[in-house]
Design a protein around this ligand. Structure first.
Ligand code: SAM
Length: 248
């Protein structure tokens, strides 16, 4: 049975240092939970990947809290400061620019350190681009493999994709617009018959879904808009529910 924030926190000692992983919207400012907003309002400090970027969200919800930057370039430098605050019994909230912190975003390292030092980490459920894309993709959801971003180097990207060829279930990956065309070419070369779904600009004004076999998408790559943010999903070998549907 669902509980309110105060009930859910019963059992944690007052003044006990805690780290909250707080998901933020991936495009639509309304995609944030009441609990996330309450946590951001009541914590002692917000650790933000980009304090200026997060300032827009916080201002929108009238949240005024001290912010401290926490990003991939200062992760280790911040560690002592964060542990020091937890030792004082502070409650800290970690947010990234969009979606769930720690998922292709800073967070993984500090979570490990905080656990290692005996403090509690609480994960608030919320937006994550890969999960949103998967659940509306039409591809199998019972087993999926999240690859995050592929390497920038061609040989490593190919090796990774080759290593995934035998995996059952759907592959979910993030890709930057600069490498989308390259990715379509790689998928065409390595798995031409697989069904690929491209989820672009989820939750935003120009949200767009493109579905088709890898070879078809590669053939019409020039007509596919490659501006914005993308999740790319690849169906398992032999799965083609759209074979009798016109390509979208
Ligand atoms: N932590 C985030 C999450 O939980 O989804 C992911 C952060 S990662 C740095 C950013 C990547 O996520 C983008 O390059 C894109 O691949 C994907 N992404 C984020 N927002 C998106 C959106 N609105 N639509 C499609 N993909 C998105």
């Amino acid at each position: 049975m669902a509980k309110s924030t105060s009930e859910a926190l019963e059992g944690t000692l007052p003044g006990e240092g805690m780290l909250f992983m707080v998901p933020t919207p991936i495009g639509n400012l309304e995609d944030i939970t009441l609990r996330a907003l309450n946590t951001l309002k009541t914590c002692d400090l917000i650790l933000a990947e980009d304090t200026r970027h997060s300032g827009i969200l916080l201002k929108h919800y009238g949240i005024q809290k001290p912010l401290l930057s926490y990003h991939k370039f200062n992760e280790s430098a911040r560690q002592e400061q964060i542990l020091g605050r937890l030792a004082e019994g502070q409650q800290l909230a970690l947010i990234s620019d969009a979606g769930t912190p720690g998922i292709s975003d800073p967070g993984e390292r500090i979570v490990r350190e905080v656990i290692h030092h005996g403090y509690t980490v609480q994960a608030l459920p919320g937006a994550s681009a890969g999960i949103s894309a998967l659940c509306a993709s039409g591809l199998p959801t019972s087993e999926f493999h999240f690859l995050g971003f592929l390497d920038r180097k061609s040989a490593r990207r190919r090796r990774k994709l080759e290593a995934c060829l035998e995996l059952p279930g759907t592959l979910v990956l993030y890709e930057s617009p600069h490498r989308m065309e390259k990715l379509l070419e790689e998928l065409h070369d390595l798995m031409p018959k697989r069904v690929v779904v491209i989820a672009r600009e989820l939750t935003k004004k120009f949200e767009q879904w493109t579905r088709g076999r890898a070879e078809d998408l590669f053939a019409r790559r020039e007509s596919i808009r490659i501006k914005g943010e993308f999740v790319v999903l690849i169906g398992p070998d032999g799965f083609d529910p759209f074979s009798d549907m016109p390509t979208q």
